[in-house]
Design a protein around this ligand. Structure first.
Ligand code: GAP
Length: 513
């Protein structure tokens, strides 16, 4: 896997209805994406796999669905108002303030415009003989600009990823980026700016209240801790799980759906006795990696990354990293968050947030081990792992998505060989035996080979072809997406495949709970 394969995944995702760039007719919106039909089905299946593995398989984990808006004091207590920041820079002459990353991105945009000018000039010169692709690959001037764009991008990403604001300022100086107002390069140092999106609650300016779009779902769990513990009569250790949207005004928002400004998290806070966090932290690290491996991705695609530099609330933190096309990157975080959040909310709200331990016969503030995974990042991990362009024996190629069968958008595709002779009617009758159990698809357009390719490309595990022999002996052809092998079976055999390989329960059963 390399960066080139990310480009292929992005275009495949659009062509086959997984992911569309948001607001595309208005030139799109940076780092915001929409899920199309197949993408929504896959995303729902991943969420269901996570949700059931948490709240269905564990007697001591309950679920909630808290609101996106929370009282603004939430984010003061959690530390997000003070410490959830991005880099800002001021021009000393114009006194105007800019985002350092945006200044660099605009500089890159100017370089792209220079490339466009070169292209326009060449197009005029060569007229109908002009080949844009060939020109951009061979023109020394265009190649020089492209290479400097690559260089700037890699310096910028590395500076931000290493949180090195001095390098960001150095890059702005090196590129001689000028303030559009004063026209000078007289810049301050780069400072941090808050990543939370602000909005207002209320109609009039005077009475309205500043609100934030939540940057993590976890705080909704902390704020509901007392209500959930009482109503569900949970005893420590117990967990609260939720999935939902989170919003961050990210600086380095790129690499497709890896880092977005609106994304979905699946988080679980596990409330425990103070002092037992080391043990539970190790247990959840293992349990979460097992959850990933259970869907059949090779274990060489994952690694743990223990944090040396800890956030203000944590006494231990570890990422489960996945080998994306752009290298090993964080997929999920497991954090030992101590009693920081509950204690901060207790202090700011003035409400007692404690647990009475009937065994120890005393009150205490529970400690928390959190597991936090981005649903969109998990989606990208699955696309990365399953997308292949295979060369077949006859020299042709096929795009195939070997998505874990139980998570695939459609589990079966029913294909009448011809659109006549009663084959579509028979197929639709057969489908009725399956459509209440799993998501299936019906496809009668084009030759059978093309239909197989279409379903390979969206990851349908099995295609069922109904032909004239089916009308005589009730057998039909089942074709395997991965091996492309075909055999004739009867409906009872297909029902067994459904139970053993396609229903989510067959995946959940293998988790060691
Ligand atoms: N409650 C803890 C928390 O939010 P985090 O490491 O900031 O921790 C957890 O985020 C997970 O959320 C990450 O491991 C990643 O999968 C996902 N995530 C974070 N920022 C994201 C973004 N901008 N776009 C997509 N996913 C993101």
């Amino acid at each position: 896997m390399d960066r080139d394969s990310l480009k292929k995944i992005i275009s495949h995702s659009k062509e086959y209805g997984f992911i569309f760039p948001s607001s595309e007719i208005y030139e799109g919106l940076n780092a915001i994406y929409d899920y199309a039909h197949n993408g929504t089905l896959l995303k729902n299946n991943i969420r269901e796999y996570w949700w059931k593995s948490m709240v269905q398989l564990n007697d001591n984990i309950v679920g909630i669905d808290s609101a996106i808006f929370m009282h603004p004091k939430t984010w003061v207590a959690s530390g997000h108002v003070d410490a959830f920041n991005d880099p800002l820079i001021d021009n000393k002459d114009s006194k105007k303030r800019y985002r350092a990353d945006v200044l660099i991105e605009e500089h890159i945009e100017k370089l792209n415009l220079k490339i466009q000018k070169e292209i326009n000039k060449a197009e005029k010169r060569f007229k109908e003989k002009f080949n844009k692709k060939q020109f951009t690959q061979t023109s020394p001037r265009v190649r020089e600009i492209l290479s400097s764009i690559e260089d700037i991008k890699s310096k910028m990403v590395s500076a931000f990823e290493n949180d090195n604001l001095v390098l960001v300022k150095n890059l702005i100086d090196e590129l001689e980026i000028k303030c559009p107002i004063s026209g000078t390069c007289n810049w301050t140092e780069v400072r941090q700016f808050n990543l939370m999106f602000k909005t207002k609650l209320g109609a009039s300016e005077d009475s309205s209240m500043d609100l934030y779009l939540r940057p993590e779902t976890a705080q909704g769990i902390f704020l509901n801790y007392l209500n959930v513990q009482k109503t569900s009569r949970m005893k420590i250790p117990f967990g609260i799980a939720q999935t939902g949207k989170a919003f961050r005004n990210e600086i380095v928002a790129r690499q497709f759906i890896f880092r977005m400004r609106e994304f979905e998290q699946m988080e679980m806070q596990f409330f425990i006795q103070p002092g037992s966090q080391g043990e539970w932290f190790e247990m959840w690290k293992k349990k979460r990696l097992d959850w990933h491996l259970n869907i059949g991705i090779n274990d060489s695609s994952f690694r743990y990354h223990d944090h040396d530099k800890l956030a203000h609330y944590a006494d231990a933190a570890c990422d489960i990293e996945f080998l994306f096309p752009f290298g090993f990157k964080e997929l999920e975080g497991i954090h030992s968050r101590t009693d920081f959040d509950l204690k901060s909310h207790e202090k700011l709200s003035g409400k007692k947030i404690q647990y009475f331990d009937p065994v120890l016969e005393k009150n205490y503030t529970p400690f928390v081990v959190e597991t936090s995974i981005g649903l969109d990042r998990m989606f990208l991990a699955i696309l990365t792992n399953s997308f292949k362009i295979e060369t077949l024996d006859d020299g042709s190629t096929r795009n195939v998505m070997s998505i874990t069968k139980q998570l695939a958008p459609n589990k079966l595709a029913f294909l009448p060989l011809l659109k006549k002779d009663g084959l579509p009617e028979y197929t639709k009758k057969l489908m009725k035996e399956f459509k209440h159990e799993i998501k299936i698809d019906y496809d009668e357009k084009d030759a059978i080979g093309r239909r197989y390719r279409r379903h390979d490309a969206i990851g349908t595990p099995y295609c069922i072809t109904i032909d004239h022999q089916t009308l005589e002996d009730e057998t039909f052809t089942i074709r395997d997406r991965d091996s492309m092998e075909q055999k004739r079976i009867k409906v009872d055999q297909l029902k067994k495949i459904l139970e053993d390989q396609l229903k989510l329960k067959s995946l959940l059963k293998n988790l060691n709970n």
